[in-house]
Design a protein around this ligand. Structure first.
Ligand code: ZN
Length: 437
């Protein structure tokens, strides 16, 4: 926890941009204004740079405990800091999965002292979840819950309709969100062929697996009043369903990833299984529909779905789904800003404010109001980034974006007033556990 004066940047907040100084005292924002004096505290000169409320990645798999050959809290949160993320929310499909208060406490212990950005932890909803345990987990600070409607890393059994209904009823009373990987288990299994390659993977998960699953969630969210957030929406058809749901006041929201917005299925001929992920990357029109939906508010958040595996695993048979995303996510968004597809205000809304609101941590996070956490993401739109996966802080040193030249660069990542990234990661800086209020 430091004091820091960020001078002369262009501050992006609440949809407005203004030239201003930001003063962080003892880890929290104390003032924003012109010509602030720091009385000898550390200064960071942000002339020509943009200062955003600290970005939060709501969807990462840091793989600890149990799968640390793929990633761990140290490497994963270093990747986050290098990617301009000041906080991450970590998914529960580890070994063992995080499905009880005891395991929440264990994971908190693991992350403490190894995490270089702030971190929140999800609990898992599976077919054997217990209502009493869900309530205890919310009271112990679980940031939210995750359910997998289809096959995923860790072979988690999808919740039955009865279990999903029961869970949503409890979560609506606790006002905690359920994040759902929406691809129908039975349909995916039906469409899955024998081949392991990435094109076969695309064919094994047609968009109907997603729209079918989201349709169920529309019904259950409407009936229970629970907040349901659909992870990594991949199809333009699903955007249509979301439009209808939101227009009818249903508490359903959507997350979109940079790879679903900015890549299309042509990537498979170039990157093969290194671009294999769930749900798969679809047609060009799907990416355009997702980008428009992120811009116009039908999608409310952007996240990386950072899902690392080793190179050997990715080259194996079967090749697992997922690739790292923390170090390419923000440069890709900045590049989209530079060609006029998005604005910095969109990025602040999609990757900070809306995330904090969804998980009930606004305005502690996702804002620059006095007393908010002193987390900032500082970027350049002029400097460029060449994606070089070999240099990733993540253990997974490959990317479907490898070699791309992107317009825009992450300059500084500030966590509680400490500069954790300024071109290199300072791993002596430690992040804090984010509990729901
Ligand atoms: Zn995921």
């Amino acid at each position: 926890m430091e004091s820091l004066l960020v001078k002369n940047g262009t501050v992006i907040f609440n949809g407005v941009s203004a030239n201003a100084d930001v003063l962080i005292e003892n880890g929290t924002i104390s003032r924003i204004g012109c010509c602030l004096k720091g009385n000898g505290i550390k200064e960071l000169h942000a002339d020509g740079l943009y200062v955003l409320p600290g970005l939060i990645d709501e969807h990462v798999h840091l793989r600890e405990p149990g799968l640390t050959h793929k990633e761990d809290f140290n490497s994963g949160t270093s990747a986050a800091a290098a990617g301009g993320l000041t906080a991450v929310l970590d998914m529960p499909n580890t070994l063992p999965p995080l499905d009880s208060v005891e395991r929440l406490i264990e994971k908190k212990e693991i992350a403490r002292g190894k995490s270089h950005v702030d971190y929140g932890l999800y609990g898992l909803i599976s077919d054997t979840s217990k209502v009493t345990e869900i309530t205890r987990m919310v009271k112990s600070g679980c940031i939210g819950f995750k359910a997998y409607m289809g096959p995923t890393t860790g072979n988690i059994p999808a919740p039955s309709h009865r279990m999903l209904y029961t869970t949503l009823k409890v979560l609506s009373e606790l006002d905690a969100p359920l994040v759902v990987h929406a691809e129908d288990d039975e349909l995916v299994k039906f469409f899955t062929g024998k081949s392991n390659n990435s094109i076969a993977h695309l064919n094994s998960r047609p968009y109907v697996c997603e729209t079918f699953s989201v349709g169920e969630l529309v019904s259950l969210s409407e009936y229970t009043g629970a907040r349901v957030h659909v992870a990594h929406i991949s199809s333009g058809k699903t955007v249509k369903v979301m439009e209808w749901a939101r227009a009818n006041g249903i508490r359903l929201s959507g997350e979109v990833t940079p790879h679903h917005m900015f890549l299309d299925s042509k990537i498979y001929s170039r990157a093969g299984n290194f671009a294999k992920i769930n749900p798969p990357i679809r047609g060009y029109e799907d990416g355009v529909a997702l980008l428009i939906a992120a811009k116009n508010g039908i999608m409310s958040t952007v996240a990386s779905d950072h899902s690392p595996h080793t190179v050997e695993e990715k080259l194996g048979d079967p090749s697992p789904s997922g690739f790292p995303g923390l170090e390419t996510e923000l440069p890709l968004m900045l590049d989209a800003i530079n060609v006029g597809k998005l604005s910095l205000a969109d990025v602040a809304r999609l990757m900070s404010e809306n995330v904090a609101r969804l998980f009930g941590i606004y305005p502690r996070y996702g804002s620059l109001f006095p007393n908010s956490r002193g987390n900032l993401t500082i970027v350049s739109l002029n400097l460029r980034t060449k994606v070089n996966a070999e240099k990733f802080y993540s253990k997974a040193k490959y990317s479907p974006f490898d070699g791309m030249e992107l317009a825009g660069r992450v300059m500084y990542t500030v966590v509680s007033g400490d500069i954790v990234y300024d071109g290199e990661v300072h791993d002596d800086i430690k992040g804090n556990f984010i509990a729901r209020e």
